[in-house]
Design a protein around this ligand. Structure first.
Ligand SMILES: [Zn+2]
Length: 143
């Protein structure tokens, strides 16, 4: 996890200091030449690596019409795959865990955790659940 974190930190220097906004992610897409599209999909999003695309470019696809929070979280998750993961079959589960935890860090930087935990009683169920997972990542990897 810490290696993945360090690699992502090189691409997103404000990782775990500030919320990683969609604008920051789109700027990184531009720098890294990653194509982004929203389509009618069954799943919330997915990533096609350059090695598997016809054009030799990386692609991130998101489902059209996701609600704001889920859209942001899915954008972060799929972006992380495109930024740091070269798909290898035996690493897929590790990659999913890394993308999930790092997406939570994009949404909830450590600098904001204290404040979020103070107001956790006021959060909706979905946000509360995500905060609990973020706290677990903090405890497990000190990130
Ligand atoms: Zn994933």
């Amino acid at each position: 996890m810490n290696l993945a974190y360090s690699r992502l930190k090189e691409i997103l220097p404000k990782l775990n200091e500030e919320v990683i906004t969609p604008e920051t992610i789109f700027a990184a897409f531009k720098t890294l030449d990653i194509e982004y599209h929203e389509l009618s999909l069954k799943e919330n999003g997915y990533y096609v690596p350059a090695s598997e695309s016809e054009t030799g470019k990386d692609y991130v696809f998101l489902k059209r019409g996701l609600t704001q929070f889920l859209w942001h979280e899915t954008l972060a998750h799929e972006s992380i795959h495109s930024f740091i993961h070269i798909p290898v079959l035996f690493l897929l589960r590790k990659h999913e865990l890394e993308a999930e935890v790092l997406a939570l860090i994009c949404m909830m930087p450590i600098t904001d955790l204290k404040r979020l935990n103070k107001i956790k009683g006021q959060l909706d169920d979905e946000s509360y659940e995500l905060l609990q997972r973020r706290n677990k990542a903090n405890k497990e990897w000190r990130l």
